[in-house]
Design a protein around this ligand. Structure first.
Ligand code: PMV
Length: 315
């Protein structure tokens, strides 16, 4: 028997950084994300005899074979085991997966991957054990245990995650144009899991929860009242706050490359000159994410054409 599911990635504007419970991935602060419907992971499951599941790339004609590191494969299969235990099933599966965005693009795929695996595995396990399907919120909570940020991929377009509550929030900007500027194709030296631990040694970590809560309150107010300039300013401050935690950790580290800094400078200059632009954010990596309102489609194309094409990959 075979099952198949897909799930999108998401980008946080208020960042999840630091955990109060690392085993269950309970975040130290609430986060708010926009779901990236174009960046998708597909996962299929095939039930096989025996007890040991294994991972394989999901082959798509015309697309080069998808690869995962052995660490990523173990994490993926461990999440499947967690779901099997939850549902009281002992059989094995071949798990096949791929992303529709290029391997080695430097884009984290854990959010979309774990969300898609949780979806397909619960579907298969419910069928095999004749249990009722979990609600969307229950699916999100199960996914959260595998990868924290994956829980936000269950609600679109805006998702609010606070402690063990994950839900959709209604905000006016229901459709935005997302671009991610790829500044490094390499796998990050410090994973986000490691970053969650390391930031705790920063002297700025004290009161980070309060700062994130204030940023969230202000961002929700800005988005609700369609104050795009304020939304840009809060998001700018918020991702810099997270990156400052990395840079002030006891053993400091950074994801900001010279290219990231140059691009941020350029984006800031454009904002100052024109009074408008994209909301800008960065995750635990060097890549720069841009979100434009739909009516800025021409501006988005112009910026891409004038400053990005020929220098960087843009997805
Ligand atoms: O879900 P994780 O453990 O990969 O953490 C994600 C952390 C950030 O991407 C940096 C921020 C976020 O909220 O997605």
């Amino acid at each position: 028997m075979q099952w198949f599911a897909q799930a999108p990635s998401n980008i946080a504007l208020i960042k999840y950084m630091g955990k109060t419970d690392a085993d269950k991935n309970i975040p130290a602060n609430a986060s708010l994300s926009y779901t990236l419907d174009k960046l998708i992971t597909s996962v299929s499951l095939e039930s096989i005899p025996g007890k040991e599941s294994r991972w394989e790339p999901l082959e798509t004609p015309g697309i080069s074979t998808f690869r995962l590191s052995s660490h990523a494969i173990s994490r993926f299969l461990a999440h499947l085991e967690f779901l099997k235990k939850k549902m009281g099933y002992q059989g094995a599966f071949i798990v096949r997966s791929n992303n529709n965005f290029p391997t080695g693009s430097g884009l984290a795929s854990s959010a979309s991957s774990f969300a898609a695996l949780t979806k397909v595995a619960t579907r298969a396990l419910c069928e095999l054990t004749q249990k009722e399907s979990p609600s969307q919120a229950e699916l999100a909570s199960l996914s959260r245990v595998g990868s924290g940020s994956s829980c936000r991929s269950f609600f679109s377009p805006w998702c609010l995650w606070d402690k063990d509550t994950i839900k959709e929030v209604e905000l006016p900007y229901t459709k935005l144009i997302h671009q991610v500027i790829i500044l490094s194709h390499e796998e990050k030296k410090i994973s986000s899991s490691k970053a969650h631990e390391l930031v705790k040694s920063s002297s700025n970590y004290y009161q980070r929860t309060a700062r994130a809560a204030e940023n969230l309150k202000q961002l929700l107010a800005a988005l609700s009242s369609k104050n795009w300039v304020a939304a840009f300013e809060i998001c700018w401050q918020e991702f810099h706050d997270m990156h400052r935690l990395f840079e002030t950790a006891k053993e400091p580290f950074t994801y900001m490359s010279e290219q990231s800094k140059a691009l941020l400078h350029l984006l800031q200059k454009q904002w100052h000159e024109t009074g408008d632009g994209p909301v800008v954010t960065m995750d635990a990596g060097p890549n720069v994410h841009l979100l434009y309102r739909m009516e800025q489609a021409d501006d988005a194309e112009r910026f891409k054409h004038n400053h990005l094409v020929g220098h960087y990959d843009v997805l």
